[in-house]
Design a protein around this ligand. Structure first.
Ligand SMILES: [Zn+2]
Length: 224
């Protein structure tokens, strides 16, 4: 884990962009030339991941919450192409292993960063080292959630449409929280960001509870 880069992020995520270009081991495992890119500039061999914890770095995007999703997708597809197993069929075992490791890292990074909830959790836990578990939510929020939970669990008159409507409400509530979350990260307000992630986690739990009540075919019918 690169502590220097992480400390810069904590102080000022917005100003940390330039520090976050991809960093690889400085010596190529194959030809021992200095290398700072995914493929060695001298022998063109793929390099092993050196910083498995930084998903932003893995995808060559700035470590900010309001990440450019189009750029994220573009970088992901580009790297996926470069790391495709077909390109390494005749390669040595070592090279195949490194390309598979890079490919898996890029894949995990993309799955995490493209999702606004996973991205927020990832940033708090892995970049800012903040606890997202032990947090006291407001009484008002908890009361609303408990009411909703009880209704889902006990109200036998709820129809499939009712459940779908509850899912839609949860989805809208989440969209609203994502906006708040974006503001919190922009203003570097980590306490607020933690709070919003805790709210989102609660809403996800209720959403899952509804999924259990719905026939398999109806899950995510309206949330996609
Ligand atoms: Zn090399």
């Amino acid at each position: 884990m690169n502590r220097t880069i992480f400390r810069v992020c904590v102080m000022s995520p917005l100003r940390a962009h330039k520090k976050l270009s991809r960093s690889y081991s400085s010596i190529c495992w194959n030809c021992e030339h200095n290398t700072t890119s995914l493929f060695c500039k001298s022998c063109n061999k793929v390099q092993p991941p050196t910083n498995k914890d930084n998903y932003f770095e893995a995808l060559n995007v700035p470590a900010v919450y309001n990440v450019d999703v189009d750029q994220l997708e573009h970088e992901f597809k580009d790297l996926q192409k470069k790391l495709h197993p077909d390109k390494f069929t005749g390669a040595s075992e070592e090279e195949q292993r490194y390309s598979a490791q890079q490919s898996s890292l890029v894949n995990n990074a993309y799955q995490t960063l493209k999702d606004p909830q996973l991205r927020a959790t990832y940033m708090l836990e892995n970049i800012l080292h903040a606890d997202v578990e032990n947090l006291q939510l407001s009484k008002e929020f908890l009361m609303d959630m408990m009411e909703l939970m009880e209704e889902i669990e006990t109200d036998r008159s709820l129809t499939e449409d009712d459940f779908r409507r509850r899912k839609e409400q949860i989805s809208q509530h989440k969209q609203h929280i994502f906006k708040n979350l974006s503001e919190s990260f922009k203003s570097n307000n980590i306490a607020d960001a933690r709070y919003h992630v805790a709210e989102l986690n609660y809403l996800s739990r209720i959403d899952n509870l509804i999924n259990e009540k719905l026939p398999y075919c109806c899950i995510d019918y309206k949330t996609k």
